[in-house]
Design a protein around this ligand. Structure first.
Ligand code: MRU
Length: 368
């Protein structure tokens, strides 16, 4: 995707110094665009934990590059132990998105296929690059498969604007490029189908307001920011034609963990007979789980994310303010689970499918 006309991915190796990983600092957006250097697996762990990088696909790719950096740090004697500890540390950073553990395991398997540290470093670099490239390609295919859904709605509306509601940021910032929920939207916009996106602000960290609104703006897609609580009202008044969200983990029966508040949007969509789509690459599927509500680990984050808000003052400085009484207790769950029965279809890199075990396994028969 382009930022001020310049093409970027969200993570890459520093040109001229492949021992350094570079990322876009998402905690600074939309007020500043800054690239940060990461030198060690510990830097990578901190970037994921602090949400300097976030989004299921990107934290998977970031963890993959973390494993590569770990191979550069690992001593010749004790290489295997160091790598095992690095993998465990990366997996412990954030619990909900399936992509993170998936990427660490895939990297470990690739690295273990080598026989000496030098060879393993080369393998790790190539494997991390392959994960990043695959993430980009899968998002592109999600766009290809999702585009006809928007095109059909556009035809049904005789070419009038298709209004799409999305929650959180499942855009290119949440992946290496392209995004999941946004991929069909970008594809429709690029195909000159008139689209407009309702962007949920997505409290408490406001990924919709600060990230989705920013990246849609960079791509020139018409959009409007709304309070998290507005979606149901818009649906009742015919102002939403479809919902597309991303996912952080989807079980083999189609239950969807995504940013907190997604479930409420799915309930409102069902009540108003509005299609609710979930876009995801296969790295987000967790074939080991059968029950999302019972089994998906839900991250609980620092309550201060609820008690405080950060924004740009009129003087042009970024400041953090408390929005509740000083002693008010708060809780901060990062994700919720939307039961499969509320999901119209999944949009994956291999195509569309119902959110059922049979349909998912028809697309991914190797997991039968
Ligand atoms: O806490 P985050 O920002 O890492 O949450 C991830 C998300 O952005 C959303 O849940 C998103 O819809 C899925 S990630 C592709």
């Amino acid at each position: 995707m382009k930022v001020d006309g310049i093409p970027y991915r969200t993570i890459w190796l520093k040109p001229g110094d492949a021992r350094v990983v570079q990322i876009i600092d998402q905690t600074r957006l939309p007020h500043a665009f800054e690239v940060v250097d990461l030198h060690t697996v510990q830097d990578i762990c901190s970037a994921i934990r602090d949400m300097t990088v976030r989004g299921a696909g990107l934290i998977g790719a970031c963890a993959a590059y973390g494993m590569y950096l770990a191979t550069l740090e690992a001593p010749e004697s004790g290489f295997t132990d160091f790598m095992a500890r690095a993998g465990a540390a990366l997996k412990a950073t954030r619990p909900t998105a399936a992509n993170l553990a998936w990427a660490v395991d895939r990297m470990a398997q690739a690295i273990n296929s080598g026989t000496a540290p030098d060879q393993q470093r080369t393998i790790a670099r190539e494997a991390a690059q392959a994960i990043a490239d695959e993430d980009t390609e899968y998002c592109r295919r999600i766009g290809v498969h999702g585009l006809p859904l928007i095109a059909a709605l556009s035809r049904r509306k005789l070419g009038q604007t298709v209004n799409i509601l999305t929650h959180c940021n499942a855009g290119w910032l949440a992946f290496v490029d392209g995004g999941s929920a946004t991929a069909p939207i970008y594809a429709a916009h690029d195909a000159d189908i008139p689209v407009h996106v309702w962007v949920d602000e997505t409290r408490p960290r406001n990924q919709g307001a600060s990230l989705t609104a920013w990246e849609l703006g960079q791509h020139g897609v018409p959009h409007t920011l709304i309070a998290d609580n507005a979606g149901g009202h818009l649906m009742q008044h015919g102002l939403v034609d479809m919902v597309i969200t991303g996912a952080d983990r989807v079980t083999r029966n189609g239950d969807v963990a995504n940013k907190i508040g997604t479930y409420l949007k799915a309930l409102a969509a069902r009540d108003n007979e509005i299609p609710f789509y979930v876009a995801l690459p296969s790295s987000t599927l967790d074939f080991s789980l059968h029950d999302g509500i019972a089994n998906i680990p839900i991250e609980e984050r620092d309550a201060d994310e609820v008690r405080f808000m950060t924004g740009l003052t009129a003087a042009g400085t970024v400041e953090c303010v408390r929005i509740c009484p000083a002693t008010t207790p708060a809780r901060n769950w990062g994700f919720d689970v939307t039961p499969a029965r509320l999901v119209t279809q999944l949009i994956c890199e291999r195509g569309l499918c119902a959110a059922t075990e049979d349909a998912i396994l028809s697309l991914f028969p190797e997991h039968r």
